[in-house]
Design a protein around this ligand. Sequence first.
Ligand code: TXA
Ligand code: MG
Length: 366
Amino acid sequence: METKRIYLKHLIKDHHAQGTSSKKELEEAVQEAAGLLKQGEVVAFPTETVYGLGAKAWSGEACAKIFAVKGRPADNPLIVHVSSIEEAKGLVSDWPKEAAICAGSFWPGPLTIVLPKSERIPEQVSAGLDTVAIRFPAHPVAVALIKASGFPIAAPSANISGKPSPTEGEHVWQDLNGKIPLLLDAGRCEIGLESTVLDLSGQIPVILRPGGITWEQLSGCLGKVEIDQGAADKPGQLMPPRSPGVKYRHYAPQGKLILLEENFFAKMKMIESSLSLAKIGRKIALICFQETFFELPERVKAGLDLVFILGEREKPEEAAGRLFAGLRLCDRQGMDLILAEGMSNIGIGAAFMNRLKKAAGKGDMN
Ligand code: TXA
Ligand code: MG
């Protein structure tokens, strides 16, 4: 299958893209994508978090294609994307007070809520669970696409299963070119980490996956908010995760990833000792903040095969937005070892560290 890639150029700030530029062309591109979705096809589109691979949520058959294209395990349910709060209410059997609060405070935006599903939700979407995950995204293309389709869109991240989520149209292209009919490319996603998944189907709200909306923001509105064990840092938890997706090793680069210790001297020591590996032909990458890079001795810099700068330490949101691009770059350049600098678990740091630790987990597995 040939994949058509439409550049939504006026939305792309930092890309040298050719193609679509006017509002009218944007409308035409969205109409084309909506037409494919109506025919039961899958389409990749931008959201403010990461790119999604969408299908008509009411069609089990169309949603099954998402699993086939991504190589996604069948027991991992999909998020359904809506373009209004009213539309969200049509997907559930109950709309509790907490849902109204969350939707009012954080939608459109990077928050997914899990609620008891309506009977209309196909088996493929909820993967056997009696709940459904719903999100009203903030990206203008995503919203326009849902509206033009006239139905909610089920969409996981638009990557091959097991790879970091795509935060640029180029990442989707690398993973899915030849496998899907259409990619709407609007350049870089602003947030760059996936949405927070919040389970509102029980007594107490539970974060199943940390993401773009922080625990601090949620507890500010809802009071007590718990964090599921499955969303916690370490693998091998005692209880099965409530969000099926968190048990899979998402976000994993090909190379072995080592999280650098917080202490500056320990950090430098780890980098230096890793460099001895370079002598036996291993390629070594460093993902770090600008400040750390400036403090590296020249001989250390010279020993590294790739340095990816996350940005300034004082701008954690920016660093979070760049993380997946950094991991993907390491893969493309065949890095054997990736040394990555962490940040504190506060605010967006919780989601950043969650993804980094998952990526680091892979090295222990094989
Ligand atoms: O930001 C995002 O959330 C992006 C964009 C495209 O919206 N989507 C995304 O989807 O990251 P995906 O499929 O890669 O991750 C969805 C997560 C998975 O961990 C899945 O297990 C969980 O949400 N999930 C989906 N439905 C659920 C449900 N009914 N109960 C618990 N967890 C659910
Ligand atoms: Mg995903």
